[in-house]
Unconditional design. Structure first.
Length: 331
């Protein structure tokens, strides 16, 4: 197989979160043609995960995994002498191609390996959650995300928070007759921005991003509703941070915690450079699939951008590294 060609084929099939079915169907057919037994694991509607294993084993000892879905917008593929461009080039369609190529090499040397490709990582890890209820007995999970081909010592967790403020509508000429939900929300957000966030000397400080703010009816109406969505990057347990968030918001608004993925530490392999990941992965939702390793080609700094790309040299190097990791873990 050709990892560069497979990467481009996958990029050219739109698979924005929620619309992964076409890419999943292509990948299933591709793996079946290589001789794998491929299971389509239902997730939601037409969406499904893929579990692929060689025909001669029921329970691979090691499973390579990453996600099929991408963030919007769709960007078709292109390439030059050095790089492959397009949505998913490094996050994570190039990783899929590298993992397939590594499995091909390991199977030829008699190693017990399989693959798990999931949907929904970019939104809520729904595919990983479903997969975790259907483990296949693997001892190790090698997950792929863009780490510049370094092996991750740890990754930050994620706490997604919704802050909802409620008020009372009135004519904007008589604001004293109403109660502005937007004013309440702004005060709540200012209190959250002023909080001191946890620090971990191994991975750095927690961070917060106010990603979405919505609310109001019209410019001449005192707003009765406003909502903000925030994402905290965790460097430890979320328990005390959750308590601090609720305390800071107080009676200004309601606080809802809609996703809580923990800070994680991972296995390492001698001879591979290390890093710490400020982003979150599906690994916390795949605890039933074995002890985790995190490594992938490409840079997280270009993922989710209009200039997303992956170096061809780094892609091919990832094949070697995935093979090295599999050989080490299964020895």
């Amino acid at each position: 197989m050709d990892p560069v060609a497979l990467t481009r084929q996958l990029i050219d099939i739109e698979s924005i979160t929620g619309k992964e079915a076409a890419a999943g169907a292509f990948l299933a057919s591709y793996l079946e043609e290589l001789g794998y037994v491929v299971e389509r694991m239902p997730v939601e509607g037409e969406r499904f995960n893929l579990f692929a294993k060689p025909s001669h084993t029921d329970q691979p000892a090691l499973v390579y995994s990453t996600h099929i879905d991408t963030v919007p917008p769709f960007l078709s593929s292109s390439e030059d002498a050095d790089n492959i461009y397009g949505r998913g080039a490094c996050d994570a369609k190039g990783i899929i191609a590298a993992q397939v190529a590594a499995c091909e090499r390991l199977l030829k040397s008699g190693k017990s390996v399989g693959m798990l490709f999931v949907v929904g990582e970019e939104r809520d890890s729904l595919g990983a959650s479903v997969a975790n209820q259907n483990p296949r007995g693997s001892r190790f999970l090698v997950n792929g995300e863009p780490t510049d081909n370094c092996i991750a010592l740890a990754s930050k967790g994620a706490l997604r928070v919704e802050v909802v403020a409620r008020g009372r509508m009135a004519h904007s000429a008589y604001p004293e007759l109403g109660e502005s939900a937007i004013d309440k929300l702004l005060d709540a957000l200012q209190a959250l921005r002023a909080m001191s966030l946890p620090h971990n000397p191994e991975i750095g400080s927690s961070t917060v991003n106010i990603g979405i703010i919505e609310g109001g009816r019209a410019t001449n109406v005192v707003p009765d509703f406003a909502k903000a969505q925030l994402l905290y990057r965790l460097v430890g347990s979320s328990e005390k941070l959750r308590e601090a968030i609720v305390s800071a918001v107080g009676s200004l608004a309601e606080v809802q915690f809609v996703l809580d993925l923990p800070y994680m530490r991972f296995l390492t392999v001698p001879g591979i450079p290390t890093m710490t990941a400020s982003f979150t992965t599906d690994i916390p939702m795949l605890s039933s699939w074995g002890e985790p390793v995190l490594l992938g080609p490409g840079s997280i700094l270009v993922a989710h951008t209009d200039r997303e790309f992956i170096s061809k040299a780094e892609l091919m190097r990832a094949v070697e590294l995935y093979e090295q990791i599999g050989t080490f873990l299964l020895s």
